[in-house]
Design a protein around this ligand. Structure first.
Ligand code: PLP
Length: 679
């Protein structure tokens, strides 16, 4: 099989969907093609000028709504020395999301005449970056939300973040050692509203011993293992074999221990977390009813519980399909809030118990929309539609004369197959003949019976025939293309090389096949005429995006429609072409890794500005090469010195002059201080 790097770079005449006149295309078509309505959540739209606009107040449908032009913003950042890839965070989107969650629960509480309150605690594991966490903390104060820590380091961060905000609720989850629980007990002494959730063996013992030592009556929660499972990718977060939480019998033992010490009132919260990105409402409903029953029973048995913490799980519709597929959700925020409130109320009313305060830990839903990753296209590889038949015929004739024999049959068959593919009635036959002949040609080459020029001709003929078949089939609406040819669009797709690392910036796309919306941010008033996969700049074939949301729920398309580009002699686009990946605010930044030593990208915090369209509130430069080398224990000074010594030796031995050695050293130095991505 032809490896992609032997393909013709940036070929203009290669395979493309059949073009329609440009006038036949509107910005509304672009919005429909990239499925904006489904995933944008009101924060993104296609502007009349054909660029992508951000409406941070969630009012994309209002044509008068203020917006930020993403292309102008990207260019503006570039002028300020912040090139692509750049992650752009919109704090106003975070605020809008937080207020939307607050409003949805407030509406549900009013509608159900629910007597308890609601708060949301942001689990900082979803994105711990300080600037973002501070934004959330500041808004949390005004909407009555708090923070959640899932580990000792996170707890230390949360405590620092909430200095002198004693009333802000803090929930402590995760495995807890002695130091963790001691910190919690001391935080009680600071006057914090902090609840420790017991979820493993020994944690209660440790907590009680520190509580005794400091004379504190702590707020204690228990994480239960629900029998209901959450479904989706994180189904194993729940169920009886889940890694976290206490079995019902262990919950009872904990309550007995507290009762023995006269501390049953300290057991204030019952919690579960049945997984992130819960895509099906039915799983949530079932689990909430079970948790509400735990609450009622614990109260009946004498615990002081007054809060139910339903954990995370509120999903994001990444693919816009509003379905129960793993990258989507079959419910809305309002439905989520209403169902939770209703089910807890119903269980409590039945059991004659008061309505508890409800907490949710909806981190993904708070921040996913707020970050957009913008990157530039560096080049393209594509298959050539024109095999250069005349030239191939001349080569065949040359080989025949040189050897005195006919060129091998598979080459002649490939020429025939290419010509056959011009006949719409013979597409399957042409494709099958070409495949057979290509395979035979490769075997002949391996056995020494086919020259390299003839092998190259075989490759060109095979791909050109496949493109012809696909073109003809698409022109006729793909009437009777054989099943085994369904994969042709993927096989023949262009590769657009993006200046990013999937491993650093979109780890869930690589690790768990999560779909993220990807689209160009300019030329949206022009029909895109290419189909492509997006490859990153790591040396890893996994570093590509080849699954894109499509109209069919529970499915994806293998290629993305992109615009044709003009390339310079080196194969780089003549004008920048930017692509963006949306909804990357949750988990992606903090799960990313240093594959090939591509570090953190630049980050910009941007908000609306009445005068100039947008204001850049914060710029955080991405990792420099010297920094990422430091993460893997290289000492840049030692590296510099090693190169200096070798350059000195080269000068002494006459292989380099002094000026050359100086320019090598300054080149090396600027490389160490530069961005890890292509500049
Ligand atoms: N709470 C706990 C205990 C978690 O483990 C997680 C993440 O898995 C969350 C909350 C966050 O959930 P979500 O991804 O829905 O924000």
């Amino acid at each position: 099989m032809t490896p992609p790097d032997t393909l013709e770079q940036a070929s203009r005449d290669s395979h493309a969907p059949t073009p329609r006149p440009a006038s036949d295309w509107t910005t509304a078509d672009a919005a429909a093609l990239y499925g904006l309505e489904g995933w944008a959540g009101g924060y993104f739209r296609v502007g009349r000028g054909g660029t992508l606009e951000v409406t941070p107040h969630g009012d994309a449908h209002d044509t008068a709504a203020k917006s930020i032009d993403l292309v102008e913003l990207t260019e503006g950042l570039r002028q300020r020395g912040i090139g692509t890839p750049v992650l752009i965070r919109f704090p106003e989107i975070v605020e809008h999301r937080m207020r939307s969650i607050r409003a949805a629960f407030d509406r549900a509480i009013e509608q159900e005449q629910y007597q308890g309150g609601y708060t949301c605690v942001y689990p900082i594991k979803v994105n711990q970056q300080r600037h973002l966490a501070e934004t959330i903390r500041d808004i949390a104060g005004s909407v009555g939300f708090g923070l959640e820590a899932g580990s000792k380091p996170e707890l230390l961060a949360v405590l620092g973040l909430t200095e002198r905000r004693g009333a802000m609720p803090i929930v402590c989850n995760g495995f807890k050692d002695d130091e963790y629980v001691e910190t919690v007990i001391l935080a009680h002494k600071l006057g914090r509203d902090i609840t420790t959730v017991i979820e493993g063996r020994g944690e209660l013992t440790r907590l009680l011993s520190h509580a005794d030592r400091y004379g504190v009556r702590p707020q204690i929660g228990v994480r239960v293992k629900p029998a209901a499972i959450g479904g989706g990718r994180w189904a194993e977060s729940a169920g009886e074999r889940s890694k976290f939480g206490l079995h019902a019998s262990e919950v009872l033992t904990a309550l007995e221990r507290l009762k023995d010490r006269g501390m049953a009132d300290c057991l204030s919260l019952v919690h579960f977390h049945i997984g992130s990105q819960l895509c099906e409402m039915r799983h949530i409903k079932q689990a909430i009813s079970e948790l509400a029953r735990f609450f009622c029973e614990l109260r009946r048995l004498g615990a002081g519980v007054h809060t139910i913490d339903v954990g995370g799980g509120l999903a994001i519709d990444y693919d816009g399909s509003q379905s129960a597929w793993s990258s989507s959700a079959d419910y809305s925020l309002d439905e989520y809030a209403t169902d939770i409130v209703y089910r807890i109320k119903a269980a409590c009313d039945d059991a004659g118990q008061p309505h508890p305060r409800i907490i949710s830990e909806s981190g993904r839903a708070m921040v996913a929309h707020s970050s957009v990753l913008v990157f530039d296209v560096l080049g393209r590889s594509s298959f050539c539609e024109d095999p250069g038949l005349e030239e191939i015929r001349t080569q065949m004739e040359g080989e025949k004369q040189a050897s005195g024999e006919e060129v091998p049959q598979p080459i002649r068959d490939l020429v025939d197959a290419y010509e056959l593919a011009a006949d719409p009635e013979k597409l399957n036959e042409a494709a099958h003949d070409a495949t057979q002949a290509r395979d035979e040609a490769m075997s002949l080459f391996n056995l020494g019976y086919l020259s390299l020029p003839m092998r190259a001709a075989a490759e060109k003929l095979y791909w050109a025939t496949s493109i012809r078949v696909l073109r003809e089939a698409e022109a006729g609406g793909r009437p009777d293309l054989a099943d085994e040819l369904n994969d042709l669009p993927r096989q023949l797709a262009d590769t657009y090389f993006g200046n990013l690392s999937i491993f650093q910036s979109l780890p869930d796309s690589w690790a768990i096949d999560q779909l993220f919306p990807v689209m160009p941010i300019q030329r949206l008033g022009e029909r895109p005429t290419r189909r492509a996969v997006v490859a990153d700049i790591t040396c890893d074939s996994d570093g590509s995006i080849d699954r894109f949301a499509c109209d069919d729920a529970r499915d994806f398309k293998p290629t993305l429609e992109l615009h044709d580009l003009d390339f310079d002699e080196e194969g780089a686009p003549e004008t920048p072409y930017y692509l963006a990946v949306f909804l990357v605010g949750a988990y992606q930044e903090v799960l990313g890794d240093l594959h090939n030593l591509f570090g953190d990208s630049h980050v910009a915090h941007v908000s609306l500005d009445d005068e100039v369209g947008f204001g850049i509130d914060e710029l955080i430069e991405g990792d420099r090469v010297s920094e990422v080398l430091g993460y893997v224990q290289y000492e840049p000074a030692q590296l510099r010195e090693a190169i200096r010594r070798e350059a000195e030796l080269a000068v002494r031995q006459g292989r380099m002059n002094v000026a050359e050695s100086r320019s090598l050293l300054s080149f090396y130095e600027s490389g160490l201080e530069g961005y890890t991505y292509l500049e």
